[in-house]
Design a protein around this ligand. Structure first.
Ligand SMILES: [Ca+2]
Ligand SMILES: [Ca+2]
Length: 228
């Protein structure tokens, strides 16, 4: 019984003091008990608010791009052959004249292209090569009594190359592709003949061997043309 009074008496005095404070002119101060104080006395009640400690957030990396497979660059071989354009052939044409020749005809001159195609000039000395492959070619014209003529030319696809008039130089009476003393000797041997015993000595084709034939040899004396 005494123990109970020991406990209730201070509590009653404390409560009475609180009730009388306003009447005694003393300010009323509510009891403030900290959590530490309560914990010290084993109180399970706390007025403080504990901020829960959150575990550190787990950083999750979000892929910024997705892996894209690179398409194979290996070309699939085509089984279909690519058609090749057929080159368009060209044409080569021209006229041949014979230096100092008195006759109107220029027929009978042989013209070759690359040693593969060959034509003979007509009465007007014209010649023409059709279906000439595009590229570089060599043309050669020759006839007895005259130095041959060679010409390099280029034919583009579908192009007509007109050489105009090409002239063969006279004076090669013996046909050895040069004009020299042997030709003079041959003409001299038949000089003045009419009719002719050797037509090779009649350089200008007028049916007589005379000074005009000697002049033609003299004009081209020393010239020659490539063998072919
Ligand atoms: Ca000669
Ligand atoms: Ca003559």
């Amino acid at each position: 019984m005494k123990g109970l009074l020991r406990v209730l008496l201070p509590v009653g005095i404390f409560a009475l003091s609180l009730a009388l404070l306003p009447y005694l002119g003393l300010p009323y101060r509510p009891l403030e008990v900290t959590a530490a104080q309560l914990n010290q006395y084993g109180s399970a009640t706390s007025t403080s608010t504990r901020t829960p400690t959150l575990p550190p957030p787990t950083l999750t990396r979000t892929p910024t791009s997705s892996t894209t497979s690179i398409p194979s660059t290996t070309a699939t071989p085509s089984l279909t052959p690519t058609p090749t354009a057929t080159p368009v052939p060209g044409r080569v044409m021209g006229f041949v004249s014979l230096e100092g020749h008195a006759g109107v005809t220029r027929a009978g001159v042989t013209v070759r292209l690359d040693q593969a195609q060959q034509v003979v000039t007509g009465a007007d000395g014209s010649f023409i090569f059709d279906n000439v492959p595009a590229g570089a070619h060599d043309l050669r014209a020759e006839t007895p009594g005259y130095l041959c003529l060679q010409r390099s030319l280029v034919v583009n696809p579908g192009q007509t190359v007109d050489l105009g008039t090409v002239s063969l130089k006279a004076g090669d009476a013996n046909g050895d592709n040069r004009v020299d003393l042997l030709d003079l000797v041959l003409i001299g041997a038949h000089y003045g003949e009419n009719p002719l015993s050797d037509a090779r000595a009649d350089m200008n084709g007028d049916g007589v061997v005379n000074l005009f034939d000697l002049v033609l040899v003299g004009n081209n004396f020393g010239l020659s043309c490539p063998q072919g």
